[in-house]
Design a protein around this ligand. Structure first.
Ligand SMILES: [Zn+2]
Length: 153
């Protein structure tokens, strides 16, 4: 049996990582970076074969330097659990163009895209929750894009 991996987030280094389920106790794992307690992110569990994708997506999100509010907006745009796989990912790629996400879209593998969407929602929600302990997160309405279309073709 392959080990089950659980996504965790370290609030000290603001990084997420997969931790073996055996090492998680009472909702916390240990951050490999700094050794602090890393809280378990709500969502799915993964296997060792998923780790490279998780690491690549985590680097995309961490490297983007998102503010918590920005992360909330991206998570809302991404949340495509009621739509076809890839729809949310495509929306996200417009706001967070990472090579990993663009590769996933190019490969057009619906199970990989669905998995990536689940990982990204967990990663973005971790960023959103990370620094907003006292600030209330405003409700985000599903507003249509406010892009002004110019002339006709
Ligand atoms: Zn850490």
């Amino acid at each position: 049996m392959p080990p089950m991996l659980i996504p965790t987030h370290c609030d000290a280094c603001m990084r997420a990582a997969l931790v073996a389920a055996l090492l998680v106790e009472a909702g916390y794992g240990r951050c490999e970076g700094c050794g602090a307690a890393a809280r378990v992110l709500p969502g799915e569990t993964y296997g060792p074969q998923d780790e490279p994708l998780f690491v690549a997506l985590e680097e995309s999100v961490a490297g983007a330097g998102l503010t918590p509010l920005h992360a909330v907006h991206l998570a809302v745009a991404l949340d495509g659990r009621n739509t076809l796989p890839g729809v949310g990912l495509k929306r996200l790629a417009q706001m967070l163009p990472s090579p990993t996400i663009l590769d996933l879209l190019a490969a057009n593998d619906s199970s990989a895209m669905r998995k990536a969407e689940g990982m990204l929602v967990a990663l973005l929600e971790a960023v959103a929750a990370g620094r907003s302990k006292s600030e209330a997160v405003p409700k985000v309405a599903a507003a249509p894009p406010s892009k002004q279309g110019g002339g006709s073709g």
